[in-house]
Design a protein around this ligand. Sequence first.
Ligand code: SAM
Ligand code: SF4
Length: 326
Amino acid sequence: MLIDSFQRKHTYLRISLTDNCNLRCFYCMPAADYTFMPSAQLMQPNEIEALAKIFVQQGVTKIRLTGGEPLVRKDAPQIIALLSALPVTLTITTNGIRVHAFMDVFKAAGITSVNISLDTLQKEKFQQLTRRDEYERVKANIDLLLQHNFKVKVNAVVVKGVNDNELLDFVAWTQHIPIDVRFIEFMPFEGNQWKSDKLVTWAQMLETISKTYSITPIDCDVHDTSKQYRVENFAGTFAVISTMSAPFCEGCNRIRLTADGKMKNCLFAAEETDLLTPLRNQQDVLPFIQQNIVSKHKALGGQFSTQYNLIDANSLHNRSMIAIGG
Ligand code: SAM
Ligand code: SF4
């Protein structure tokens, strides 16, 4: 078991397959020119499998593939197939653009739930946010997943003055469609123009939504990162991921592996532990993993507190979200 000094058991591994992406979401990619990692630096399929196996031996029961955009990697089908042979729940977070090409791969791998990121229900705004014209494709692929009985969660990062006027549209979308919309509080990362006045908090979102809808909280698990709600008689649900205003570090069971094989015990951790180099040198990787786990901070990577108005985003030590793996 991977247990940290606060007695948290780590059973959920998020693996980034690449820092490359077919979108350019402003909150995720640094504004300045960003150079993608050279492919020799990326973990290869057999290396991902080898590291994942070590984590599974240590009690990991769930693996999520992420990135960058995991489905732009040419060998993604091979990686998915390799990981599907492990005794874990395998899932994926994607921007949805290439999902139609992966339906058979997902089914063969036993994937039943897919998280899709979509921050706006307006085609023109999608283009402004992502710098690509792919709105229709993403919407069509959400429909495709639903037709094939996948459970679909839709992630929307809420940014003040950008898409906070669409909260009600997103909730209305769940009336007849069985999707779970998750509103994510905007988080600070290197180069992503975060400012506290762009944050829309969980409380503010609920205030807006509850003026129109009568909402009921849904009981959630200690490890859940989202606060979930139901509108009576709606087919879907909505939730808020309140990382900034009400973090859920106490029940955290997550660990991350970046595409270049660095372990991070928290999204906001400044520290990283290289696992790929010892693996390539045929060293025992487990002591590196254990050392990383015991160094985990109590909350928010030890970098800031819930007084988000005091955060100076430029003083945080971290990579950009696209380089960490969301
Ligand atoms: N490309 C895939 C996607 O967009 O779903 C997977 C990687 S992406 C980094 C994972 C998740 O992180 C997405 O839901 C994205 O919206 C979220 N994300 C990225 N930057 C963020 C930020 N600054 N604050 C909050 N969420 C963010
Ligand atoms: Fe790409 Fe996902 Fe980041 Fe958008 S959020 S730039 S889709 S990795």
